[in-house]
Design a protein around this ligand. Structure first.
Ligand code: MEV
Length: 308
C-alpha cells in the first residue's frame, strides 16, 4: 500500500526580510503547487527514490545524502522514539527550487508527514512546524520561521517572529498572478546581505525595516476588511523598500513594471528576492492581459491563483 503526503508552496504578500527583524509579515499557501512524498514498503530498509524526474526532484536528490534530509529523519526518529521503517520514498515537487515559494520547507513537510504515517505515528501541527523550522535552519541560517509556518498550517497567516501564530481572516477573495523570473537565488545570501546593511548603517536601513512593518500592519486591516484595491499601492511601496534593501533584481523589476503597465493593481517581488518569483494583484478581468505581459517580458512560468 502506498502512503502519500503533501504540502503546498507559499507566497509572502507583505513583509519579507523585515520579518527577520521582528516586524510582521503576511503569507498565504498556494495549493496549486504541491510537494508530495509517496511511500511504499521495501524489503531492504529505508531508502529515498525519485520517480518523477522533473527539475525539482533531480535537484532535491542531489542533496539527498546531505544534511537536510538526514536532519528531518533524525528528528522524526527522536520525536517518535522509533527507527526508520523499511520503506522507499519517492519525492515529487512541482514547486520551483530557490525561487521564493518555499520549496525546501514544502518538501521537508511532505517527507515528515509521510514518514510519520509510515511509522504508524501522528504529529501535531506545532510539533511538525518545529521540525520543519529546525531543518530550515540548515538551508537558511536564521530564518524567521514564516515559510515553515504557512506551509505546515496551510492557512493565511499574520506572522511575527517568536509570537503565537495568528491566522488571518481574508475579508474578500482576490486574484494573484505569480510569475517566475527563472533566476534562482539563495535566500540566506539575500538575508545575510540585508543583515550587513542593517548592521553597518542602522540609521539608514532600520527605518526602512520599520516602514515595511507599518505597511504590513495596514495591509492586514485592508485584507480583513476586504478592501482589496487598497492593497495594490501597498504592494508597490513594499517593492520599492525591497529595492532599497538591494534584494530586487533587474528581471524582477522588469516583471513588476510590466504587470503594473498591463493593469495590475500592484506588484512586488515575493520571498527572498534577487530572482525567484514576483506577484501581481489583479482584478479577474485583467488577469489575462497581465499574464500575457509577464510572459512576453520573459517570465518562465506564470500562474493565476485565488487567495481566500
Ligand atoms: C523568505 O521566504 C522570507 C525572508 O523574510 C526570510 C525569512 O523570513 O526567514 C526573506
Amino acid at each position: 500500500m502506498t502512503i502519500s503526503a503533501s504540502a503546498p508552496a507559499k507566497i509572502i504578500l507583505f513583509g519579507e526580510h523585515a520579518v527577520v527583524y521582528g516586524e510582521p509579515a503576511i503569507a498565504v499557501p498556494v495549493t496549486a503547487l504541491q510537494a508530495t512524498a509517496d511511500i511504499s514498503p521495501s524489503d531492504d530498509g529505508f531508502k529515498i527514490i525519485a520517480y518523477d524526474l522533473d527539475d525539482a526532484i533531480i535537484r532535491y536528490n542531489t542533496y539527498a545524502e546531505d544534511q537536510p534530509l538526514q536532519r528531518v529523519l533524525t528528528l522524526l526518529q527522536d520525536v517518535h522514539h522509533c527507527d526508520l521503517p523499511s520503506v522507499s520514498i519517492g519525492v515529487r515537487s512541482h514547486i520551483p527550487m530557490a525561487s521564493g515559494l518555499g520549496s525546501g520547507a514544502a518538501v521537508t513537510t511532505a517527507i515528515a508527514r509521510a514518514v510519520t504515517q509510515a511509522m504508524g505515528k501522528t504529529l501535531s501541527l506545532d510539533a511538525l512546524n518545529r521540525i520543519v523550522y529546525e531543518v530550515e535552519t540548515i538551508h537558511h541560517g536564521t530564518p524567521s520561521g514564516i515559510d515553515n509556518t504557512v506551509i505546515v498550517y496551510e492557512q493565511p497567516i499574520y506572522f511575527v517572529r517568536e509570537q503565537p501564530i495568528e491566522h488571518l481572516m481574508i475579508g474578500q477573495p482576490f486574484t494573484l498572478i505569480v510569475a517566475d523570473t527563472g533566476e534562482t537565488a539563495l535566500t540566506h545570501i539575500a538575508v545575510g546581505d540585508v543583515r550587513k546593511l542593517v548592521t553597518s548603517e542602522p540609521e539608514q536601513y532600520r527605518p526602512m525595516i520599520r516602514e515595511i512593518g507599518k505597511l504590513t500592519k495596514l495591509a492586514r486591516q485592508h485584507l480583513e476588511a476586504g478592501e482589496i484595491k487598497a492593497l495594490g499601492p501597498l504592494m508597490d511601496t513594499n517593492h520599492a523598500w525591497l529595492q532599497q534593501l538591494t534584494v530586487s533584481s533587474p528581471k524582477l523589476d522588469q516583471l513588476v513594471t510590466a504587470a503594473r503597465a498591463a493593469g495590475a493593481l500592484g506588484a512586488k517581488l515575493s520571498g527572498g528576492g534577487r530572482g525567484g518569483n514576483m506577484i501581481a494583484l489583479v482584478q479577474p478581468e485583467a488577469a489575462g492581459d497581465v499574464m500575457a505581459a509577464l510572459t512576453s517580458n520573459g517570465a518562465v512560468s506564470v500562474l493565476q491563483t485565488m487567495v481566500n
